[in-house]
Each structure stands twice: as structure tokens, then as C-alpha cells.
Design a protein around this ligand. Sequence first.
Ligand code: ADP
Length: 160
Amino acid sequence: MTKTAIYPGSFDPVTRGHEDIIRRSLAFADKVIVAVAVNVSKQSLFSLEERVDLLERALHDVTNVDVRAFEGLTADFARAVGASMVVRGLRAVSDFEYEFQMALMNRQLHSQLETVFLTPALEHTFLSSSLVREVASFGGDVSRFVHPAVSDALTTKFGS
Ligand code: ADP
């Protein structure tokens, strides 16, 4: 049986930290669906189409990964695509409370769905999309933290 995992998030934009989590997921999932949320509560820098496109470009060399946009509950999306796992990244204790709450809520909504937490490589633990956006907005060099396609897209957004 194919073990499918979903990795939901905003990916505004995708960073090397996200990429690291996706690659690690493939050690135990046959297929990973990166589920890009239509974010109702957050104003995003990149549109949904741009976020999907940047993920596809950053992951073009990775097999068994699909990038899909989704709206609504993660639990419903998991059911719709036949996923048995949700992958989330844990960088620090500060991520824990929210992630723990989400995992328990998702279990209430879909009892067969397991949440799997992964930690990234140490050099990616400080990375977040919001910090990358902030540094790029002030003209800082983010090329070490994101795929070149993302770095170019940030330069286009903010000017060089
Ligand atoms: P959300 O808006 O759901 O937090 P994000 O795109 O910010 O979406 O993150 C998606 C997932 O990736 C979350 O589980 C988050 O903790 C994780 N994540 C984000 N950045 C990193 C990183 N540098 N290393 C590991 N996990 C990360």
C-alpha cells in the first residue's frame, strides 16, 4: 500500500528548511503532497499561484513529491488524497504548543491521521519564511536560505 504524507503550510515562500523537511519525509513516505494553504488569516506576500510555482521549481529534482493548493481543513484534504500522515516541522520549543494543539485537533477530526514531527538540519532551525521576507524586504542577501528561484522572486518583489 502506498504511504502518502501531506505537508501543509503557507510556504510564503518555501525555504531551505521546508525543503529539508520534505526530503526527510521521503525516508518513510512513498509520496509527499506539499499542501499549500489558501491562507484566510494571513496576508501573504506571494499569491497562491506564486507559492505553488516556487515550490515546484525548488523541488524539481525531487521525485515522489506533488505540490497542490488546498482550501479548508487539513483533515479533509488528507482524506480526499488518501494520506495517512501529516508532516510538520519543529524548529524550537516555540513551535511546540501550536503544533501539539493542531495535531490533537486533527486527530479529533480524522482519527486515522497521524501527525509526524520532524526537525530540520541544525543550520535550518533558525529559518522561517517571515524572517526571510523581512531580510529580503530590507535588501539583505537571502540566497543561502532559499532556492535561487525564490531569491530571484524576492528580488523582483522588493527590488534589488
Ligand atoms: P504555517 O503557516 O502552517 O506555519 P509554514 O509554511 O510557515 O506554514 O510552515 C509549514 C511547516 O513547516 C510548519 O510545520 C513549520 O513549523 C515548518 N517549518 C517552517 N520553517 C521550517 C524550518 N526552517 N525548519 C523546519 N520546519 C520548518
